[in-house]
Design a protein around this ligand. Structure first.
Ligand SMILES: Nc1ncnc2c1ncn2[C@@H]1O[C@H](COP(=O)(O)OP(=O)(O)O)[C@@H](O)[C@H]1O
Ligand SMILES: [Mg+2]
Length: 339
């Protein structure tokens, strides 16, 4: 077996496909873009879809395939969420870059006579900043193409979205994910059994970036032989038995028991939002609970999750969910009063 290379390079970068043609599972997107690559006639683009499905990869690949390594720097501006993209940047940096005129290149690549501005994670831009982009987009459309990338298309303002050719990226199927993962395992000399592979695919929920990141963390921590438990260990998901004990305590109808479990979960430092997400999956799949019971638990879960996002206390939200689940399971009505 090949020795593990302890380089600091991220596998997500190392195994990023370099060509649009190599992006898996997004056939329509790839077909259309390969066509535009041949003609060099690119519209403004808007890529949207869940994380880790190849959006950034595709945008970078197009830019590289159009301009090649020599012209890339002068023709492509990449900005992502970690760059400041407020109004002032839109008015200065983006506008200045957009305004520069360019000719056709001569370097053996298509080199069409425009530049590309890639705005990754564009849904994190404020509406004001997006509005400020409208003018720039219109004014310099002869010499500049924009490529917006986002998870939620609804967060891109309509005037921008309507000027773009839109491409939806689909969540990756399990077999596609496993194919890529197995390829990486082979290249890196890792040994994962069937159970570990299926755990990895389950915990990454169609997000290939997440799967690759977990794999690399597990390889760093546990070496080349990785088990299902190792994957759970690096993924931050809560082990099944913790969740089972909580549900069991709720079923018992004894508040003290539930309280003990909640205290323990908090003491062990499990992220409560993760517990909520797993509890949700459990409830949905449960064959023992009635639809009404499920609805009651899920409604409170949603409220508690929102509270967490707003900064509420983890312990209080979890105890709230636990006691509500307990009442739902024992069919006590919501409005019951105890005294
Ligand atoms: N469709 C795909 N085909 C091949 N690799 C992919 C695909 N989607 C994601 N990946 C892998 O996952 C990583 C993250 O992909 P990325 O394009 O950054 O996702 P996002 O859609 O969130 O921008 C890449 O390094 C790449 O290796
Ligand atoms: Mg991305």
């Amino acid at each position: 077996m090949a020795p593990l290379l302890r380089t600091s390079q991220q596998w997500v970068e190392k195994y990023r496909p370099r060509k649009v043609q190599d992006v898996a599972h997004q056939e329509e997107v790839v077909r259309t873009l390969v066509n535009t690559l041949e003609t060099g006639n690119l519209p403004h683009l808007l890529f949207y879809g869940p994380p880790g499905t190849g959006k950034t990869t595709t945008a970078l690949a197009i830019a590289h395939q159009l301009f090649g390594p020599e012209l890339y720097k002068s023709r492509v501006l990449e900005l992502n969420a970690s760059d400041d993209r407020g109004i002032s940047i839109v008015r200065t940096k983006i506008k200045d870059f957009a305004a520069v005129a360019v000719g056709s290149g001569i370097s053996g690549y298509p080199c069409p006579p425009f530049k590309i501005i890639i705005l990754d994670e564009a849904d994190s831009m404020t509406e004001d900043a997006q509005n400020a982009l409208r003018r720039t987009m219109e004014t310099y459309s002869k010499v500049t193409r924009f490529c917006f990338i986002c998870n939620y298309i609804s967060r891109i303002i309509e005037p921008l979205a309507s000027r773009c050719a839109k491409f939806r990226f689909k969540p990756l199927h399990e077999d596609i994910m496993l194919g890529r993962i197995q390829y990486i395992c082979q290249e890196e000399g890792l040994d994962l059994d069937q159970e570990a592979l299926s755990t990895l695919s389950r915990v990454s929920e169609g997000d290939l970036r997440r799967a690759i990141t977990y794999l690399q963390s597990a390889a760093r921590m546990y070496g080349s032989s990785i088990s299902s438990g190792n994957i759970i260990g690096v993924s931050g998901i809560v082990p099944d038995d913790v969740l089972k004990r909580l549900v069991q305590a709720c079923k018992s109808g004894e508040f003290d028991l539930a309280h003990t479990e909640v205290t323990e979960i908090i003491a062990e430092g499990h992220p409560v939002s993760q517990i909520f997400s797993q509890l949700f999956d459990y409830v949905i799949q449960s064959t023992e609970m009635s639809d009404e019971q499920k609805a009651r638990v899920c409604e409170r879960l949603a409220e508690a999750d929102k509270c967490l996002i707003d900064g509420a206390d983890e312990y209080l939200q979890l105890i709230d969910v636990a006691s509500n689940t307990m009442r739902a399971l024992s069919n006590v009505t919501q409005e019951c009063t105890y005294f």
